[in-house]
Design a protein around this ligand. Structure first.
Ligand code: DC
Length: 211
């Protein structure tokens, strides 16, 4: 059985939470594709001592290992910015393409979340969701997350970081962040986690029953 759920949307809109819950509910495998770009960005920053070199980033993407994905510190704001920068490099995206496409087609069902899953990685996905929330709500959510790890975190800095990434991710030439024409929009601004998950699960259930 092959069944793919593609979930896209901007940072901190809740797509990771929704993706994990859908995967759990249906027993599908889950891939957080942002983690791939974060791992490449973090390694490229380390190698370049804070500066990203496109050729080095490409080489890292081509040789990315499972271990790279489990390294500590991939969830910081600094790494998020690095991820967004390497994600704008066509050669980096090309190097990560085959792995993601194969994951989407794996037997037993798959949920992938990212920015280009419904448009580029798996345009034929059985279910496509575009999860969004207002800028204010997303900033407040990410702030609460980061503040728990680092008490010096500032809301204004978090909001600026998200804005910068949204602009970069949506305006790049290759695979820009956008909702595919046939994606269902899920605005989580005023939804609790449970309510957002329930909507997504109901939608997948409806399509899964027909697959
Ligand atoms: O989902 P995230 O915040 O962990 O993603 C980090 C960055 O990676 C994001 O700013 C853009 C990039 N990304 C991407 O370009 N394409 C994806 N499918 C997933 C993430």
């Amino acid at each position: 059985m092959q069944f793919t759920v593609a979930i896209d949307g901007p940072a901190a809109a809740g797509k990771g939470t929704v993706a994990r819950a859908v995967a759990d509910e249906f027993g599908f495998a889950h891939l957080d594709t942002g983690l791939l770009y974060r791992a490449v960005g973090a390694k490229a920053m380390m190698r370049g001592r804070g500066v990203i070199d496109a050729e080095i980033a490409e080489e890292i993407a081509k040789t990315l290992s499972e271990e790279d994905l489990t390294r500590e510190g991939l969830r910081t704001a600094r790494v998020a910015q690095a991820a967004s920068k390497v994600a704008a490099l066509p050669a980096v995206r090309a190097a990560l393409l085959a792995f993601q496409k194969a994951f989407a087609k794996r037997k037993g069902g798959a949920v992938l979340d990212g920015r280009d899953i419904g448009t580029v990685i798996c345009p034929e996905a059985e279910v496509k969701l575009y999860v969004t929330a207002s800028d204010e709500v997303r900033a407040a959510r990410r702030y609460a997350e980061l503040k728990a790890k680092n008490p010096d975190t500032l809301l204004e800095t978090v909001a600026m970081d998200l804005r910068q990434r949204d602009i970069r991710d949506a305006s790049r030439d290759v695979a820009p962040m956008r909702a595919s024409d046939d994606a269902l929009l899920l605005d989580t601004s005023e939804l609790s986690i449970d309510a957002a998950v329930a909507e997504a699960v109901a939608l997948v259930k409806e399509r899964f029953g027909k697959a």
